[in-house]
Design a protein around this ligand. Structure first.
Ligand SMILES: O=C(CO)COP(=O)(O)O
Length: 249
């Protein structure tokens, strides 16, 4: 049985004041242990977030990392640093990193490997653009984003990854994938995982991301192959985020 994960990706948003509001909202909530909750914050808020949720009721994650362990790389943050601070998750391959910062599949793969090497749980983000969907290339694009990373991993490492399917056309647009569209892609990903090993397919959590909100979360999360959500805009509003967590758990 896969436990759902609801992860809020703050992107380059948020403040200490917002973190405090999340601290009050989530600590005072009746969240069940049937759902894992994570906040993926900008670097400066990681340590305050870890302090806010020192009971570990909310896992804290970073939005990227540099694959090198250390060195003369001004402005970068490494896996050992995140591990040192107690960070649990790190995103790799978010579409904004791919398009705005030029990260290709190989860069993404190096980040997943570095995360695993330093005890972090990578959340590998994949998804097609609208152009690729219109050209009927969803399966090809999404499965190749999975395999370029998974082919390089050891079998045991593959089991430690979480995948988030985020169709690029649904991110921040208010245009969410229908539950059927999302389920169809999740099922394809799971089939591909089964080719590596059947327990990988049954165990791996596949999150959906892209305009998930309180009013559509229930339907999306009810799909058999959707095991949670990676939430952007709605993760900046404690009440909305909590509603989505309740819908999952
Ligand atoms: O990119 C996302 C999460 O990583 C999704 O963002 P939105 O929920 O704002 O569409």
């Amino acid at each position: 049985m896969r436990k759902p994960l609801i992860a809020g990706n703050w992107k380059m948003n948020g403040s200490l004041a917002l973190l405090e509001r999340f601290g009050s909202a989530l600590s005072g909530s009746a969240l069940s242990d049937r759902v894992d909750v994570a906040l993926i914050t900008p670097f400066p808020y990681l340590v305050p977030a870890l302090q806010t949720f020192r009971d570990r009721s909310v896992g804290i994650g970073a939005q990227t990392l540099n694959p090198a362990p250390d060195g003369a790389l001004t402005g970068e943050v490494s896996g050992p640093m995140l591990q040192d601070c107690g960070v649990r998750y790190v995103l790799a391959g978010h579409s904004e990193r791919r398009t705005l910062f030029g990260e290709n599949d190989q860069d993404v793969s190096m980040r997943v490997t570095a995360a695993l090497a330093h005890g972090l749980t990578p959340i590998l983000c994949i998804g097609e653009t609208l152009e690729q969907r219109d050209a009927n290339r969803v399966e090809e694009v999404v499965l190749s984003q999975v395999t370029t990373v998974f082919d390089t991993l050891e079998p045991a490492e593959r089991h430690r990854v979480i995948i988030a399917y985020e169709p690029v056309w649904a991110i921040g647009t208010g245009r969410t994938a229908t539950p059927e569209q999302a389920q169809a892609v999740h099922a394809l990903i799971r089939q591909r995982l089964a080719e590596y090993d059947s327990t990988l397919a049954t165990d791996m959590r596949l999150l959906y991301g892209g305009s998930m909100k309180p009013d559509n979360a229930g339907e999306l999360l009810a799909q058999p192959d959707i095991d949670g959500g990676l939430i952007g805009g709605a993760s900046l509003k404690p009440d909305d985020f909590l509603s989505i967590c309740y819908a999952a758990g």
